[in-house]
Design a protein around this ligand. Structure first.
Ligand SMILES: [Zn+2]
Length: 418
């Protein structure tokens, strides 16, 4: 009897009581469905996305960086994916097009952050496009610390034997189905800690047919595919008591005239959306328009990934869950002053304002040299830096607050890369 009691206690302390929530295992999957404008996802019936949103939320979001600023980024696929993966815009991650010429791997992907801190945790990618793993994540490269994912199911665009290419791009539809079947099977069985599922078909149909019945059908199909992954997630939650975060998003909208193109900075191309089951979405999610760069910090937050301060000071997004202190930092040079302002989401504590004129991080991946220029209540929402000469050269401004850190660059030359 006593043995049984000890055994029970041992099990209790090892695994925790299911009710206390403290020891619940957390897992995350994010799905990028390519090229679906916000107005289309809102108009076309998407019952599975609606179900996910009912548990968490839906919001319009944006891509493309700060329009007409140093962080403006093309509304092109690989550019958007890398903003999602690294939490930064093109001026930092240095992906400007689908050829992915020279990514700046000093800006780590969420996969690298997880694998560096928790090497035992398991990561997976499901995608037709091979470059997502080999170029954006940079698997196996010295520059990414030889990042290795635990599982990949990708590269089917290159398999012309199994998926012969046809003009109507039906082979991409078949590949997406193939990818989704495996993603749902693998998630249900192996439950990787972090997974990226990439679906391409809606973008291909968009390019070919533009705004059309065909596009609407592609979106409905994508919704069903998301539903299969969502079902796998729900089964894991029910069967194993795991706590799963699912985030579904897109990488750009499409032009207003035809719905065929993207890449520019029109409203419809910049407008995107995020659907998630996240339980504790914050006021920033609900009251502002989040960006694709907010997904990485959200995943980090949920998976309890600690990001070192020199890297936190570079990330352009903020978490969509839990408390954040401030967002939407702006820095306006005005002769010998820098006018700094932000929106306070939790009006408590002190904001520390830092300034740096070095570019160590982007060039060699090392911390920049910052000096503290002011301390002010977060609730003030503004601060003025007085300088002894007019602002003519590059600098970085960082504002650190109790719950999060934000940054902006001042680039008088207008060039994205100083
Ligand atoms: Zn795309």
């Amino acid at each position: 009897m006593r043995f049984i009691t000890y055994l029970f206690l041992a099990i209790y302390f090892l695994f925790g009581s299911p009710a206390n929530g403290q020891t619940t295992v957390r897992k995350a999957v994010f799905i990028l469905v390519d090229g679906i404008p916000a107005d289309v996802v809102e108009r076309v019936p998407t019952p599975n996305l609606d179900q996910i949103a009912q548990e968490g939320g839906y919001t319009r979001a944006y891509v493309g960086g700060g329009k007409d600023t140093y962080s403006e980024s093309p509304t092109i696929s690989a550019v958007g994916y890398n903003s999602m993966l690294t939490g930064t815009w093109s001026n930092k991650h240095n992906v400007w097009g689908n050829s992915i010429k020279k990514p700046n791997y000093h800006y780590w992907s969420i996969f690298r952050f997880m694998e560096e801190q928790y090497p035992q945790k398991r990561s997976a990618i499901f995608s037709t496009w091979l470059d997502n793993r080999t170029k954006l994540l940079g698997e196996g490269l010295a520059a990414t610390g030889n990042l290795q994912l635990d599982y990949h199911f990708d590269g089917f665009e290159l398999d012309t034997a199994q998926f012969p290419h046809d003009e109507d791009r039906d082979y991409i539809r078949q590949i997406d189905e193939h990818v989704v079947a495996e993603a749902s099977r693998y998630l249900k069985k192996e439950a990787p800690d972090l997974s990226w599922v990439y679906l391409e078909y809606p973008d291909d149909i968009g390019h070919r047919f533009g705004d059309s019945e065909r596009m609407d059908e592609a979106v409905k199909l994508a919704d069903q595919q998301v539903g299969k992954i969502w079902k796998a997630v729900q089964q894991r939650e029910q069967q194993f008591g795991e706590d799963w975060l699912i985030i579904v998003t897109t990488d750009h909208g499409r032009d207003a005239e035809t719905g065929k193109n993207h890449g520019s900075q029109s409203e419809r191309e910049r407008n995107t959306w995020i659907t998630t089951n996240a339980q504790n979405l914050n006021d920033y999610f609900h009251q502002y328009q989040p960006a694709i760069v907010d997904i990485m910090p959200t995943l980090a937050d949920f998976l309890n990934i600690q990001i070192p301060s020199e890297q936190v000071r570079e990330i352009d997004g903020v978490s969509l869950i839990d408390s954040i202190s401030l967002a939407n930092l702006t820095v306006k040079p005005n002769d010998k002053q820098l006018k700094i302002s932000w929106q306070a989401l939790k009006k408590e504590g002190i904001a520390r304002v830092w300034i740096s004129t070095t570019t160590n991080f982007s060039s060699i991946g090392k911390a920049d040299e910052y000096r503290l220029v002011g301390e002010v209540p977060v609730a003030d929402q503004k601060f003025m830096i007085e300088l002894n000469k007019p602002v003519t050269s590059f600098c970085k401004v960082v504002v650190e607050a109790p719950h999060n850190t934000v940054n902006q660059w001042v680039v008088p030359s207008g060039k994205a890369n100083p």
